[in-house]
Ligand binder design. Structure first.
Ligand code: FES
Length: 239
């Protein structure tokens, strides 16, 4: 990939052609807020909080920096009045949707937003899709998705029934930026109420400690190659 030069906030910056603008900004130590970006996931560009201004000469355009591949000579502003104003607006929408989530409240404060003018929905879920993307891109279980459209859009198991392809790995819950996806565990089971699933946990054959849902272990066994015999029978400490 060829080296190029772009301009960010008036400064010439070297980048690789096709690199995402957000990554270039981060390398330069420029703060770009994000709510749907994760290093292990493909850029999605849905939360829009990472917007910056692309200067086209006599006009400019707002773009999401997380999924914007840079080209030679482009000029961007990350903290112009327009960027600050529009980011605040997006943050107000997000805050209205998830006004009790500490992580959202914290980011809102950083962006100078104390409250929202929009009707509070308190969904908790901000529709960033990270749970769905982790399930499909990383785990490759494809157990969950979006249902409905527009203002009714929500994350869902197929037809709101049991997510039969869910393996109980909990990636959706771990990655959720608002902690909306609850995962409960007792001595023998793991439950993800939102997907209507409960799994029996496998226990370490040596120390008896919980390892992971049996279904997850079966899933991994089919994919894992060249692991020693009995690898999945023991917990991390006993291996
Ligand atoms: S981080 Fe870019 S749109 Fe969410």
């Amino acid at each position: 990939m060829s080296k190029i030069t772009i301009t960010i906030d008036g400064e010439k910056v070297e980048a690789t052609a096709g690199e995402m603008l957000m990554d270039v900004c981060r390398r330069k130590g420029i703060f770009i807020p994000t709510l749907c970006d994760h290093k292990d996931l493909m850029p999605y560009g849905v939360c829009r909080i990472c917007i910056v201004e692309w200067d086209r000469g006599d006009w400019s355009k707002m773009i999401t920096s997380c999924n914007f591949p840079v080209k030679e000579g482009q000029v961007f502003r990350t903290n112009s009045e327009k960027v600050i104003r529009e980011r605040k607006m997006i943050m107000e929408f997000t805050l209205a949707r998830s006004s009790k989530t500490p992580e959202i409240i914290e980011l809102a404060k950083i962006l100078g937003v104390e409250s929202s003018r929009f009707p509070t929905q308190d969904e908790g879920c901000i529709l960033c899709g990270m749970c769905i993307r982790a399930c499909s891109e990383v785990v490759e279980a494809n157990a969950i998705g979006f249902a409905q459209r527009g203002s009714h859009r929500k994350i869902s198991s197929p037809f709101y029934h049991e997510a039969t392809d869910c393996i109980g790995c909990g990636s959706c819950s771990y990655i959720c930026p608002t902690k909306y996806i609850e995962m409960k565990e007792d001595a023998d089971t793991r439950t993800l109420p939102i997907w209507n699933v409960t799994f029996e946990m496998a226990k370490c054959k040596k120390c008896g400690q919980k390892i992971a849902p049996k279904k997850q272990i079966e899933f991994l066994k089919k994919r894992a190659k060249n692991l020693p015999e009995g690898w999945f029978d023991l917990c991390q400490n006993c291996r």
